[in-house]
Design a protein around this ligand. Structure first.
Ligand SMILES: [Fe+2]
Ligand SMILES: [Fe+2]
Length: 374
């Protein structure tokens, strides 16, 4: 039941991944939706190539030994008593911050690979040619993101670290499964939403100019990927029956929980603690102690906080009702979120990035930009 497709708008109509015969039905060819045409044609404006130094140069150096990539305030683990005591030397703190960044960039890299495979899988199940062209185009953009993050990690650390178990399980589930709502909520709304928050945060705080440039270039694409999910939600969620709604809402909560767990789980980061001479058990105890004593709603503050962005995405889409409100309220103040504008965090960074790309792509032309691509 949960793997069946729910189609509320023909442009998101779907078939089984192996049902090619449905794709060559004669009537289908005349039914191309125009809903994604603006997003598709905008790709020329924000085109960039990670292999072309006019856009980004991965040979730019950064001193990882002496400079912390992120300010200390952005690494709350350093304030845990056991870690603060063990890593008293500023050099060790820099090494710790930069190693945690390797973990972050590796998660992003694996997430980008997931996005590539997921958007390719959408080409096999979405029946509408416009939706297929959108998905094929996203696939190409994700392939560039994989290349770009792989090159960045290689230039800074040499090699990525493995994908966390929770993120891996979620990616496998949405790439393998046939249900379009699971794919779109899991990837376009949640992973892409989380990425927009993480990239906005990196753009704001990362001290490596190359990382900041990379984040901004990737965001010029991700802003549109996130919009695709939003268009789906706007056209689907209000039309769901109660039981469909519940199923979709539960799926969203399941994905959110997997992503929260992936980032916040000390169990997943035990290997790292060992490398720094830290006792993983004591780190976990310190984390538990801090969680106990903190106002839970204060956990995810700041507009670029990634989980705040993620929960806001779901709230705006109507995917948080009284049924799951309590779950999210453990992490943030839902009333405060409801009162905010629905503008996506990072859209302004993406718009500035598109202007930068247009200057390279259309040196002699004057073009308007818009990422309100519906
Ligand atoms: Fe991407
Ligand atoms: Fe994406």
């Amino acid at each position: 039941m949960t793997d069946t497709n729910i189609t509320k708008d023909a442009m998101y109509g779907a078939v089984a991944p192996n049902d090619f015969e449905s794709m060559i039905e004669l009537d289908r060819y005349e039914q191309r939706s125009t809903a994604f045409d603006k997003i598709i044609s905008a790709t020329h404006d924000h085109f960039w190539d990670p292999l072309d130094k006019r856009y980004i140069d991965f040979d730019e150096p950064f001193d990882l030994v002496n400079v912390a990539m992120m300010p200390e305030e952005q690494q709350p683990l350093l304030r845990l008593p056991h870690i603060a005591e063990k890593l008293a030397d500023p050099k060790d703190r820099i090494r710790f911050i930069n190693h945690m960044q390797l973990w972050n960039f590796s998660s992003i890299l694996h997430g980008e690979q997931g996005a590539l495979n997921l958007s390719a899988s959408l080409c096999h199940v979405l029946k509408d040619q416009g939706a297929q062209e959108y998905a094929a185009n996203q696939t190409r953009e994700e392939a560039r993101h994989v290349t770009a993050f792989a090159k960045y990690i290689k230039s800074r650390w040499g090699r990525p670290v493995p994908c966390g178990a929770a993120l891996k399980a979620l990616l496998i589930e949405i790439i393998d499964g046939p249900a379009v709502y699971k794919k779109i909520i899991g990837m376009q709304m949640l992973v892409e939403g989380l990425a927009m928050g993480a990239f906005a945060n990196g753009f704001r705080y990362n001290r490596d100019p190359l990382a900041r440039k990379l984040f901004q270039l990737v965001m010029t694409d991700e802003a549109f990927h996130h919009k695709f999910g939003k268009i789906w939600a706007d056209r689907t969620i209000p039309k769901l029956t109660e039981s469909e709604r519940n199923m979709v809402e539960d799926w969203a909560a399941h994905c959110a929980q997997s992503l929260l767990f992936n980032n916040g789980s000390p169990e997943q980061q035990q290997v790292i603690y060992g490398e720094f001479g830290l006792d993983p058990q004591r780190v976990i105890e310190d984390i538990m102690e801090r969680r106990k004593n903190r106002d839970p709603k204060k956990r995810f503050k700041g507009e670029t906080n990634v989980f705040r962005v993620l929960i806001k995405t779901l709230l705006n889409a109507g995917l948080i009702t009284a049924r799951t409100r309590g779950f999210y309220a453990m992490y943030i103040d839902i009333d405060e979120l409801s009162a905010e504008s629905s503008r996506m965090v990072g859209d302004d960074i993406a718009e500035e990035g598109i202007r930068y790309l247009q200057a390279i792509n259309f040196k002699d032309q004057n073009r308007q930009i818009s990422i309100a691509a519906e």
